[in-house]
Design a protein around this ligand. Structure first.
Ligand SMILES: Nc1nc2c(ncn2[C@@H]2O[C@H](COP(=O)(O)OP(=O)(O)OP(=O)(O)O)[C@@H](O)[C@H]2O)c(=O)[nH]1
Ligand SMILES: [Mg+2]
Ligand SMILES: [Zn+2]
Length: 346
C-alpha cells in the first residue's frame, strides 16, 4: 500500500502532553459517560469526575469532555484502584468530528463524536448489512469540513463473489480512491487488507465509524487480538447489527497510535455546515463547477451548470450528485428550523 498517501499527523499525544505539576496532571480522555471520564496519563488510567463549574453556563454540546480531549485534572486519590481525580479544564481542541443529534425534548444539538484526531475511518460492509446510502459521501464531507483525513474501509469482501458483482462494487467505491481518499478492501474473516489497515492506523489517532454489524470491532480484534472487543452476529431476519459496542472508547495500539471504536450509527448529519458551503466539500465538483454560468450555482436547478453537465457525461456518478442534493436539502431544512444553533467553535 502507498503509505505516502496517508494524511499528515496532526494531533500529538504522548509524553509531551502528559505533564504533572503539584497534583495537576494532563491526560487524554479515553472514555466519557455523563460526568465521569477515564483519563489516560503515562499509560495509567484515572477515573475522573468533571468539575461542577465546567457544567454551568450555555452549552451547545451534549458532553463537556469527549474521547480524545486533552484535559487538566487534579488528583483526588492517587493510591486508589484506579486512581481518581477531578477534571478542571478541557484544553483547546485541534479539531473534532461532530454530528447533529436530536434532543429528546425537541430541537437539535451537537454531538461531538471525538476530538483531536488525525483520521476518520468510514467502515462499510459490502453485504450483511448492505452499505448505507450516502453515508460515505457525508462522512468524507465531514472530514473535509473538520480538517481530518478521510479513509474508507470496505469490509466483508469474502461475502461477494468474484466477477460482475465484485466489479460493480469496485466501480462504486474506487471512485473515492480516485478522489484521493485511501480505500481498503478488507475481510476480517480471511484477513485480506488487514495488514494495510494496521499500517494505516499505526502512529495515528483514528476514529472508526459505521453502521452496527459492519465489523468495526472484529477488524480491531484482528489487528490487535489483545483488545478482545465484544462482537455479535448480524440478525438473520433484518440483516442488521445488534449495537454490540455501546460507547466510543479509545485504545492504545501496540505499534503506536490510538484507535477509537464506536457504536454503530444509522446515518450521519454533519454539524455546523452552511448549505451554501457544502459544494466546496465535494472535491470532484470543483473543476466542473468552474464551467457553471452562475458563480453562486448550487448545481441543482440552475441552467448551464458544469456539475450537472459532468453528471450527464458520466464523469460524476448520478449517485454521487444525488448524495450531494440530499445533503443540501437536509441542511436547508435544518437551517429553517428553530432550535438549531451553529457555534462555529470547536
Ligand atoms: N463474513 C464476514 N463476517 C464478518 C467480517 N467482519 C465481521 N464479521 C461478522 O460481522 C458481525 C458483526 O461484527 P461486529 O464486529 O460486532 O460489528 P460492529 O461494526 O462492531 O457492530 P456494532 O458494535 O454493533 O456497531 C460478527 O458476526 C462478525 O463475525 C468479515 O470480514 N466477513
Ligand atoms: Mg462493535
Ligand atoms: Zn453548477
Amino acid at each position: 500500500m502507498q503509505l505516502h498517501r496517508r494524511g499528515p499527523r496532526r494531533c500529538a499525544i504522548g509524553a509531551q502532553d502528559e505533564k504533572s505539576t503539584a497534583g495537576h496532571h494532563t491526560g487524554i480522555v479515553i472514555r466519557s459517560t455523563g460526568g465521569q471520564c477515564l483519563v489516560q496519563m503515562d499509560g495509567e488510567t484515572w477515573r475522573c469526575k468533571v468539575r461542577g463549574r465546567l457544567k454551568k453556563g450555555p452549552r451547545e454540546s451534549q458532553t463537556i469532555a469527549v474521547v480524545g480531549d486533552r484535559v487538566r485534572f487534579q488528583a483526588l486519590d492517587a493510591s486508589s484502584e484506579p486512581p481518581s481525580g477531578v477534571i478542571e479544564e478541557v484544553l483547546p481542541r485541534e479539531n473534532k468530528i461532530s454530528r447533529l443529534a436530536a434532543r429528546r425534548s425537541g430541537g437539535q444539538v451537537e454531538q461531538v463524536l471525538m476530538a483531536n484526531l488525525d483520521q476518520v475511518v468510514a467502515v462499510q460492509s459490502l453485504r450483511e448489512p448492505a452499505p448505507q446510502k450516502s453515508f460515505v459521501d457525508r462522512l468524507m464531507v465531514a472530514a473535509e469540513r473538520f480538517g481530518v483525513s478521510g479513509i474508507l474501509v470496505l469490509n466483508k469482501v469474502d461475502l461477494v463473489p468474484a466477477g460482475p458483482e465484485m466489479e460493480a462494487e469496485e466501480k462504486i467505491w474506487n471512485y473515492f480512491r480516485d478522489l484521493g481518499y485511501t480505500v481498503i478492501w478488507a475481510s476480517a474473516e480471511t484477513e485480506q487488507g488487514c495488514e494495510d489497515f494496521h499500517d494505516l492506523l499505526t502512529d495515528r489517532i483514528s476514529l472508526l465509524i459505521g453502521a452496527s454489524g459492519v465489523g468495526k470491532s472484529t477488524l480491531l480484534n484482528v489487528i490487535q487480538p489483545g483488545l478482545r472487543l465484544r462482537v455479535n452476529e448480524v440478525t438473520e431476519k433484518t440483516g442488521l447489527g445488534k449495537h454490540t459496542t455501546t460507547r466510543t472508547e479509545l485504545f492504545p495500539l501496540r505499534d503506536g497510535g490510538f484507535i477509537a471504536d464506536s457504536p454503530g450509527i444509522r446515518g450521519f448529519d454533519p454539524w455546523d455546515m452552511d448549505p451554501l458551503q457544502v459544494r466546496e466539500y465535494f472535491p470532484d465538483f470543483q473543476e466542473p463547477g468552474l464551467e457553471c454560468h452562475y458563480r453562486t450555482c448550487l448545481h441543482r436547478d440552475e441552467p448551464r451548470c458544469g456539475v450537472k453537465a459532468a453528471v450527464v457525461r458520466g464523469l460524476i456518478p448520478t449517485r454521487r450528485h444525488g448524495a450531494y442534493l440530499a445533503l443540501l436539502s437536509d441542511l436547508e431544512e435544518r437551517k429553517a428550523q428553530v432550535g438549531y444553533r451553529s457555534s462555529g467553535k470547536l
